[in-house]
Design a protein around this ligand. Structure first.
Ligand code: HEM
Length: 521
């Protein structure tokens, strides 16, 4: 391993000397380096010298609980505030216990070092509630939960189907229909802020269901199908239980079927039952297509193409789809609202975006892939929204396979490193609290106006383990914003004009936002 000493000029003009490990492939694949220490690594301060809450805070179990109410004023939902407080108090690298020992960094250079050292099979922490469920029910872990070569074996076939340029645009026709139904409700019904939140959850579920299950769930119907509503409610409950178990807040489910676990199990059993039903129906369609020779070799339909892999059973396909549904519903539902909120709060930017939408699509046109490729302001606006209100509670994280040096401290392999993007998104930009999509536009000489460090705004992570559903996520968020703005002016009532966003685990306003929609002439 070679240690490189680099001098880097940061976006804010400061110069910083950094140590970066230069890895070659053979070293990357090792779980520990086994190489002699470089002088810089030897100079690095030891892990235990990293500042952070000490004493009882470092004790197993109890130490994690002490981070939150009633012992501090923070809760898992306000964890970015807690981390900001810790960074203010202790500096750029902090160490604490959140169910396990963690290190938090916020400097883009350190973020880059983490990603450079993540190895061939990047490791994130699995949700241990889901792990307990899989173990007790003799189920294999799936995407998001697996690690190492097993993770790679499952990710590769899904990667090739979800990350192709046209994998999401293939569904634009059906997703345009979903969003039309959604906007019709906004145009015709007075909704309370709570109903509005629920409508967004239905939108995201309906929209991803056409991809994962090849069907509409009927969640916008006046009398929606009970099975679909139960499915939706079960997904909400399961996510709530996962949220309740994060950061070492609940650990007993590992050994006992406590209430959190039982509630999760009931919800997850229902989800599996319903999902398996959808998969069996799709299998029948596939069998008919195979018999009549209609199945294409490079089948663009995700579900049919996964089902046609002989090695995957119905149950395995159902588990992949459930993982995608879990990861892709709450996230997109909540972030679509955040995006609309930023546009509502910035009517001048909303008008610029509406002009682009009307220029490209006209007053009624559907969003197509060629239209999308021309909508540069839309893309800049979403990127800016991600910067201003970062979608993940803490940021990205990795459990590294090798020792690294971050901010002058030695971090042993196996320690979980949180990359606190929230702080970097504020400290490395001019006018950080303003919503300025223009900072992401390219100027005439083809340079971005605000060439921010590329490691700061990473809403979908980075590297081989990044978000596998990101093409679908942005497509659904774009669709919601475009079709709403095409028809309606979006404002927020004064009571919601300075909403505080908390994380469950994706951002939602502490008090549901009171939006106001007015038809544009
Ligand atoms: C606003 C919406 C979304 C955000 C902000 C988001 C963000 C993320 C992030 C940050 C990761 C971890 C990446 C890393 O560690 O480098 C991730 C993983 C993942 N996401 Fe998303 N995501 C969103 C929507 C979706 C959608 C729509 C789907 C599915 C259709 C999805 C499926 C997944 C899966 C399965 C993983 C785990 C991948 C793996 O471990 O290999 N996400 N997401």
């Amino acid at each position: 391993m070679t240690m490189l000493r680099l001098s880097v000029v940061l976006h804010n003009g400061l110069e910083r000397h950094v140590t970066v490990m230069k890895l070659n492939k053979s070293v990357r694949d090792l779980s520990t380096s086994g190489c002699p220490m470089s002088s810089d690594e030897a100079k690095a301060k030891p892990f235990h010298a990293i500042p952070g809450p000490g004493g009882l805070y470092q004790w197993p179990f109890i130490g994690s609980l002490l981070n939150f109410k009633p012992f501090t004023k923070y809760s898992p939902e306000t964890i970015p505030d807690y981390f900001n407080h810790l960074h203010d108090k202790y500096g750029p690298v902090i160490r604490l216990r959140l169910g396990y020992p963690v290190v938090v960094v916020a400097d883009p250079i350190d973020i880059e070092t983490v990603f450079r050292n993540e190895g061939k099979y990047p490791r994130r922490l699995a949700f241990d509630l889901l792990e307990a469920y899989n173990k007790r029910n003799n189920l294999q872990a799936t995407l998001g939960q697996l690690q190492g070569p097993e993770w790679h074996t499952l990710r590769a076939p899904v990667n090739k189907r979800l990350l192709k340029v046209d994998s999401a645009t293939h569904y634009l026709g059906q997703q345009n229909q979903v969003v039309e139904d959604f906007v019709k409700i906004l145009e015709t019904q007075e909704l309370s802020p709570e109903q509005f939140q629920d409508l967004f959850f239905r939108y995201a579920s309906e929209s991803i269901a056409v991809v994962l299950f090849n069907k509409r769930l009927g969640l916008f119907d006046a009398n929606p199908d009970k099975g679909s509503v139960d499915f939706l409610k079960a997904a909400e409950t399961a996510l709530k239980m996962i949220q309740n178990s994060l950061y070492g807040k609940s650990v007993l489910h590992k050994w006992f079927r406590n209430e959190t676990y039982r509630t999760f199990e009931t919800a997850h059993n229902l989800i599996r039952r319903v999902a398996l039903g959808h998969i069996r129906q799709a299998r029948e369609v596939l069998d008919t297509q195979v018999k009549s020779g209609l199945l294409k070799e490079e089948e663009p339909n995700l579900l049919l193409s996964l089902l046609s892999e002989r090695s995957l059973t119905n149950e395995q396909v159902a588990d992949i789809m459930i993982a995608l549904y879990f990861a892709g519903t709450d996230s997109t539902a909540k972030y679509s609202q955040v995006f609309l909120y930023n546009l509502a709060k910035n009517p001048d930017k909303q008008n610029i975006l509406r002009r682009e939408i009307l220029d490209v699509l006209g007053p009624d046109g559907p969003l197509t892939s060629s239209a999308l490729s021309r909508m540069v302001y839309l893309k800049a606006a979403l990127k800016e929204s991600f910067r201003l209100i970062f979608p993940l509670p803490i940021g990205n994280h990795r459990v590294l396979p090798v020792d690294v040096v971050l901010g002058g401290y030695k971090i042993p392999a196996g320690v979980c490193v949180y990359m606190f993007n929230h702080r970097a998104t504020k400290t490395h930009f001019e006018n950080p609290d303003q919503f300025l999509p223009e900072r992401w536009l390219r100027s005439e000489d083809n340079t971005k106006k605000d060439p921010a460090h590329s490691m700061i705004v990473l809403p979908f992570g980075h590297g081989p383990r990044n978000c596998i559903g990101r093409r679908f996520a942005v497509q659904e968020i774009y669709l919601a914003a475009v079709k709403v703005l095409q028809k309606l002016q979006v404002d927020v009532e004064p009571e919601s004009s300075s909403a505080k966003f908390v994380y469950f685990p994706f951002p939602q306003a502490e008090k549901p936002i009171r939006f106001k929609f007015t038809k544009i002439c």
